[in-house]
Design a protein around this ligand. Sequence first.
Ligand code: AKG
Ligand code: FE2
Length: 684
Amino acid sequence: MGNSVGKEATVQESVAGDTGRPPRKEHEATRGSAAADERRTTEDSPTLVSGLRLVEGIVDTSGSPSEHDILVAWIRGTLERGRAGELPGNTYAPIPEKWRKRNQSREMLQFGTYTHSNRVETHVPVAPLPPELDAVVDALIARGALTELQRPDSCTINLYGPGQWIPPHIDNPAFDRPFVTVSLCSEQPMVLGRGMVWPEGGRGPCGDDERLNEEHALSLPVGSAVVVEGEAADEYEHAVPPVTAERISLTFRRRGRPGREMDERTERAERCRRRCRDVRGAIVAAAEARAGGVRRGFGPVGPIGAIGRVGPPPAKPAGRREGSVIKKPMDDDAEDVVGGGVLSKNAAKKEARKAAKAAAKERARKAKPTTTAVDGTVFERKEKVRSCPACPPDLLPPTTSDANESQCADASCVAPPMYGEDAGVPVAEALPSVERVHVQRVYDAVATQWHGTRYRAWSGVEDFVRRVVQPGSLVADVGCGNGKNLPEVESLGGFGVGCDFSVGLLEICAVERGLEVFAGDATCLPLRSRSFDVALNIAVLHHVSSEPRRRKLVTETMRLLTVGGTALFYAWALEQADGGVSGHHFESQDVLVPFHKKAGVQGKVVVTGGSGSGEKEGEETRAGGAAGEDDDGDPTAPRVYQRYCHVYKEGELETLFEHIKSWVKVNRVYFDCGNWCVEAERIA
Ligand SMILES: O=C(O)CCC(=O)C(=O)O
Ligand SMILES: [Fe+2]
């Protein structure tokens, strides 16, 4: 779909105001419901919204009938079936009377998830995404509007007749970002703003705070997709002013995992997150400094669209002022709009409260010296203030004595040093060539393809995470790969820090998932002892080529934990059930397992240098072999790579914990989907 479009689609690039770069002339913007002749370009415009991208040509409008015509015919036919009561559940829902009165009476079809007034109602059945909409999703992914990881599971179809509109709202945070709206039938504007109030589809009274009057409009061409994330999704409301001609929009969203709703639990976690940010910052900064590593800020996260402010600010508010809050007429039943009326109303109040608070703070600051804590509390600077007054004690920064601790209660154990590199073994030299050539470089070379098929934590890992991670937990993912274990951690309110030696995979973690990650050797971690509540070591041990290094990896992972903290280890088993998930059969414990890189999949840049035997090995096994900077010209050519694996016999994995038994207890050993697994706890 859309691939055969003759005209080249445009993807807006970042023109975010704070970059200091002038905005590019990319797309015309129109003001609210204004006529097309009032159009201006973004070049006129000093104020920009980040987090918007426009991708044209998703649905092909050429030919007769075009893809567009066929899709529209299918939507109209489906609507008829809905009106006739032939669709399951609330796939078609009758229009609420209040909406009809305000000419908000656009009709809707919903697939995958039912929402009403912006509330997600999972108990109400609707039809799943049909193949006709799957095809649009495929086109969105093929064109890079979304990644496979962001594949939507829900779609709301809005059918607007002339004069119909959708009021300002913020899409429910239970839906992941980005979400995407595809436009059909006629080109109409979408307007973004803060504190917008549109009681009758036109602009209503706003506060006299300039920011509350901010509005930006983006014209949405037929067949295009607008991709909404970041500020555009969560800081700004969006709305569709009364349309001038029939319009159909398809809004594709992906329902986040439970816990994404703005419920009490999320807010509590958010408060804790703010308080603990300095603790986390210190740990990650230490890791970054020591590893010279890769973490958030790796680069711009894809092109960020932006549109300009259009036209002068609207007239002063017609509402009456009560204190610092503007009372607006016409917003009594605002919660009946698509959902955003509530948010609009609240946003205005919130902004006014915020302004008053900021002014009070400023007065207080001028009056006497103060310190502002991370949770926003302002303290008079009489005595030294701890920045984390209500934090659980185990989340406070380690004290000096902790920093100097001897790592192990029992001198006979292998006492882990404070930082791995304190052992005096530089990481690059310590990495055996077989691991460099047949593990690190292979993952670098196949990272994109690898990521495409492994985007979610294994269910056993997810169960463990759900059991042990609490809001505010610090979680180390040692050998984090493409970061698939950490989103669950974050959705539970935990803070994840990942480490891997494949920069190709880390780039995916940082750029696609926005995770905190750094590059390093998992047997030699630049992280402080006893600073993490939970550690994950998933599918790492089977890539370690000697028993001393396997023990070291186990020690290093356990060293990070606070006393009472737990870690989960997964490693491939020699014993694979026939037809098991991995589909592997191993002849011996130390094996090279082929990975077939498909044609057209670009490998990541390999950054590892070195001139050890590893490179030679890479050349020797070239035909079916290793990956490295010695790859021949075409990085998109199909190729078979060999990954080194040591697969574990029953009973072997737990032996790796024996040398640290005075401070580590193995609580559970089990088999899961072709892996031997250990849950271990730091007890001293
Ligand atoms: O119709 C549109 O363009 C926007 C639809 C929308 O915002 C929604 O359904 O949440
Ligand atoms: Fe929306």
